[in-house]
Design a protein around this ligand. Sequence first.
Ligand SMILES: N[C@@H](CCC(=O)NCCCC(=O)O)C(=O)O
Length: 251
Amino acid sequence: MPETTSPILIAVPADVKAVENYHWHASPDTYLKALIRVAKAVPLIVPALSEEFDIEAVLDRIDGVMLTGSASNVHPDRYGVPPSVAHEPYDPERDRLTERLIRATLDRGLPLLCICRGHQELNVALGGTLHAEVQEIEGRMDHRAIKHQEQRERFAIRHDVAIEPGGVLEEIVGEGPIRVNSLHRQAIDRLAVGLQVEARAPDGTIEAISVTKAQGFALGVQWHPEYWAETDAASAAIFEAFARACRERRS
Ligand SMILES: N[C@@H](CCC(=O)NCCCC(=O)O)C(=O)O
């Protein structure tokens, strides 16, 4: 098989942030650096203006899609729950873009890696629901980031997840358990039809999913492998497996 020389191109849907009287469409650089440094890919940020351009034209030109995490929450209208100020901030423009992008990516069999909010978006896009504040559920852990000035402390590896035997994730990281970081207050409630659980936290929270009948790589993780992708073996393995799937699809 000829070695492809040009780097793989990965579409990264943007968040919308209001800064200095403008709406910025942006992504945190930790995800972008993990794509560049570990996946050896070039990330291309896609603006959350999906009604104004042809998503198919984007997908014609890229090798994979990665959905980042975000402090914003998926709007509960998307899974039949009334919105609440308590569960803000929302980012409806990102929601609209990612829902369309997830469906179009899966339809094409393009590799799809969904991280944290992206993991939740994958479940909602396929018809699942979310808990708004998982830490308020009896018996659940507090999965939120600790309050700390230092990002490396907020993203510190914090708890085990058990890997489902015989699944996609076990092929990537081994039988586990693995230790992961945790910075979320939402979590999967009803799993969408067509998704399978790939990992769970000790309290039963779904920590990783895959698309059962996906034509290619289609993985969601609730934790943040991007943050330690250069030093943590399991985090690196996820990005390397994603990159491999993108290259294999291109060749
Ligand atoms: N907002 C959702 C998804 C959480 C997520 O993507 N976190 C990324 C890190 C955000 C931060 O730096 O605090 C939820 O809360 O479940």
